[in-house]
Design a protein around this ligand. Sequence first.
Ligand code: 5GP
Ligand code: ZN
Length: 117
Amino acid sequence: MAGEPQADCLFCKIVAGEVPATIIRETETTVAFRDINPQAPTHVLVIPRVHYANAATLAIAEPGITADVLREAGEVAAQDKAESYRVVFNTGSGAGQTVFHAHAHVLAGRGLEWPPG
Ligand code: 5GP
Ligand code: ZN
């Protein structure tokens, strides 16, 4: 069924507690944890507990949970005392997506160039 955990999905395993992660926030619908390969002093991934391949498919199926992910991105930045931050949803392998479970990257704590690479 749509949104159900996928056996081969790393982030579903983190949600289930089967793979360890440095979890910094949890809600009924989301989990936020530090990226294993940080690209900035704050580099946190906010994921929905439900499995969708990317942010757009999540938004179609679960608009409320998509809003929860965005709200939690702001809470993560506030928790790390970041006034400015960037939220990134890599979508598709050509854009650097490697884990096909929707996730927001929250980046902060250094100068963030615009336009990004
Ligand atoms: P993507 O490349 O799909 O946009 O983002 C996936 C992110 O997941 C990458 O930034 C990568 O460093 C991170 N990542 C991959 N494996 C793990 C893991 O086992 N634990 C954590 N905390 N992050 C991971
Ligand atoms: Zn998943």
